[in-house]
Design a protein around this ligand. Structure first.
Ligand code: SAH
Ligand code: SF4
Ligand code: F3S
Length: 448
């Protein structure tokens, strides 16, 4: 267990955390920052003013990993200018590469894996006193969530809440189970107390995070289920909206589908990665469902909640993917009509089963397929968004618009971004907006 910490550190310490990768990493970085703040650190606004720089990294695709190394390369200069500077790398690349990172980047002071979160303050303070380099990549700690109470930022309206760690689905292309360890769920009471701390500080919407949220509760004694957790959170006062990500199609239960009908705070959006439309490829990916099974679940979802928005992830060019397999993916995309899609071309990852598969698809072919798929989805997304024009929908305003300072932006329950000419004083309010125009990734409208 991490040691309790006091405000013993020097108050001029400033930490800059740069985050790569998924929402889980964003959540983790936020927790690290809050822990360090409570031990006397300030949040640096740039590398230049930092006394500690931490990179929280992602290795889900090769490109993500390369990005981290290029950022580490950039940090060398900062260390040269300021030898006192402490540079640390955490997260999935740190877990994957461990101490070899110290050889490749000799100016690194700290390598901390995905289980080391609660220990970061303690590890930094050890480095400061001993000036020794530390590598901490153990994966057998019991406690992975800092018990530490933290205060969310003032004016924060939306927040992530991690409900589980790890994944043991072992999709054959995926590195996550190796770098994040086996699946472990947090206790419902623990999650509730975090959500209640957030709502106490004005948070209106929470997004529950996990690699496979709908298998939540399997590791708890007594066993709990994701719909049970959702019902408990739905009963909390002061909270307006609940979202969650990511769901695995194999674990999408009738109870979860029903939750969309019965829980008024649960927003009508589901991110349900399909990955491929070909059963042959899905089998090789170890996804445990068929295209038909997936379609049936989509059907059930839409029967229960006709206006539910559905988004997905797709991988093209998985080893052995033929033109025929790819055409099946295209056909599925046409048939399902997703609201939006995230596309990736297959990327070899160390230690995964797919790495050893023959018939790797040439890079150019992957890019061609990606372009074809993107074009197809573009038309679908435009068509879907077009249907919103003329509707009046509740929008929870979250920020000023990026494009226009006179506009503010928020989201519908179906997770569509809406820009609207409205006073900034409405940020934080849920207001009816008449949709006037649609774009590929957003909508715009006016107050009614
Ligand atoms: N647990 C989540 C997120 C996993 S990572 C889930 O199961 O959906 C997010 C997405 O990255 C995956 O859905 C997949 O589409 C993509 N991805 C993962 N590994 C990949 C790889 N080796 N090559 C290309 N895309 C990959
Ligand atoms: Fe990776 Fe599959 Fe787990 Fe998602 S469900 S994190 S794709 S192994
Ligand atoms: Fe990347 Fe790790 Fe998330 S590999 S996608 S940061 S779980």
């Amino acid at each position: 267990m991490a040691q309790p910490l006091t405000t013993s550190m020097h108050t001029t310490e400033k930490v800059f955390i740069k985050t790569f990768g998924c929402q889980m990493n964003e959540y983790d970085s936020y927790r690290i920052l809050k822990m360090l703040e409570s031990t006397g650190y300030a949040n640096a606004s740039s590398y230049e003013e930092a006394t500690v720089i931490l990179l929280n990294t992602c290795s889900v695709r090769e490109k993500a990993e390369v990005k981290v190394y290029s950022e580490l390369g950039r940090l060398k200069e900062f260390k040269k200018l300021n030898p006192e500077l402490i540079i640390g790398i955490g997260g999935c690349v740190a877990q994957q590469e461990g101490k070899s990172l110290l050889r490749k980047f000799p100016y690194l002071d700290l390598v901390f894996g995905t289980y080391a979160l609660p220990r970061v303050p303690e590890l930094l303070s050890k480095i400061k006193t001993s000036r020794q380099k530390i590598v901490y990549t153990d994966m057998n700690d019991e406690e992975i969530y800092p018990a530490h109470a933290y205060v969310p930022d003032a004016k924060q309206l939306t927040a992530f809440v991690s409900i589980m760690q790890g994944c043991e689905n072992y999709c054959s292309y995926c590195i996550v189970p190796f770098v994040r360890g086996p699946e472990r769920s947090r206790e419902i009471a623990d999650i509730i107390s975090e959500v209640s701390r957030l709502t106490g500080h004005g948070v209106k919407e929470v997004t529950l995070l996990g690699q496979n949220v709908n298998s939540y509760g399997r590791t708890l004694h007594p066993r709990r289920t994701f719909p049970e957790l959702l019902a408990a959170i739905n009963a909390m006062p002061d909270l307006e909206r609940i979202r969650f990500t990511t769901s695995h199609p194999k674990d999408l239960s009738p109870e979860l589908i029903q939750s969309f009908q019965t829980l008024e705070k649960l927003c009508e959006h589901i991110h349900l990665p399909l990955q491929s439309g070909s059963d042959r490829i899905l089998r090789k990916m170890n996804r445990c469902y068929t295209a038909e099974g997936y379609l049936n679940k989509i059907n059930d979802l839409r029967t229960a909640v006709p206006h539910i928005s559905i988004t997905s992830d797709m991988i093209v060019g998985f080893p052995g993917e033929t033109e025929e397999d790819f055409n099946k993916t295209l056909a599925m995309v046409e048939q399902v009509e997703f609201d939006d899609l995230f596309f990736f071309h297959y990327s070899d990852r160390p230690g995964t089963a797919a790495l050893r598969l023959p018939d790797k698809v040439p890079y150019d072919t992957m890019i061609q397929r990606l372009t074809t798929l993107k074009e197809k989805q573009r038309t679908i997304s435009m068509g879907k968004n077009q249907k919103f024009v003329g509707m009046t929908l509740p929008v929870l305003f979250e920020t000023r618009s990026k494009q226009n300072p006179e506009h503010i932006a928020g989201r519908t329950r179906t997770n569509k971004v809406v820009n609207c000419k409205a006073p900034a004083g409405l940020i934080g309010a849920t207001v009816m907006v008449k949709i006037e125009r649609s774009h590929i990734h957003s909508l715009s409208g006016g107050l009614t």
